[in-house]
Design a protein around this ligand. Sequence first.
Ligand SMILES: [Zn+2]
Ligand SMILES: [Zn+2]
Length: 229
Amino acid sequence: MNRCLSCHEPILIEISWSDLFTPRRQSSLCSECQDSLQIIRHDSICTICSRPLKEQTFACNDCLVWSEDPVYHDVLHQNRSLYVYNESLKELIKRFKYDRDYAIASCFSDRLTDALKIMQPYDLLVPIPIHEAKKMERTFNQTEALLEKANLPYQTFLSRMDNPGVSQAKKGKQERHSTLNPFFTLETFQHKTIILIDDLYTTGTTIRHAAYTLKQAGAGKVSSITIGR
Ligand SMILES: [Zn+2]
Ligand SMILES: [Zn+2]
């Protein structure tokens, strides 16, 4: 029997007539856990970073600030995020990353694949790398796990050099904007369209640092997809 990866209750499937004609995707979450995740709908969001907005305007305040940044203003074409970073997603991501529950990556496979279909055409999928020390401790890079579980081919063309002593989450918002770019690449991209993959979009700094590095190495359009926003 298939069990929910979040609450471990059995997943009950009601067979309907449509299952005879279109094969149903196997779900990793029970309907209750699935419903506790809040999908970001594309009717009222920032067109750049996909932050949910009360009313539709072109860009949220953060993206307007980014649009005036002398270095990072035009590095990111757009970010799409799948879910609102609510308590349920927070808990799921905590177990995925910090409790090292690799299987949880598959909860996001269907929506990640769908989001990529919408963002076609692209040339490369590049996961945001985590620091080596964190990878040793966690045993896997969560962004690579997301792509592996979804059977999406990817390239580890970005590398990271940073001081593992201070994690991004512990810094204030202002401080994060001024953080030095930790990414580098040894590749050249010849106008390739690239989609970055990360678990969360918080201030947008990490994604823009990565996008900047790829653009400096010749990339054309750089967009991103994150699980949470
Ligand atoms: Zn469940
Ligand atoms: Zn925005």
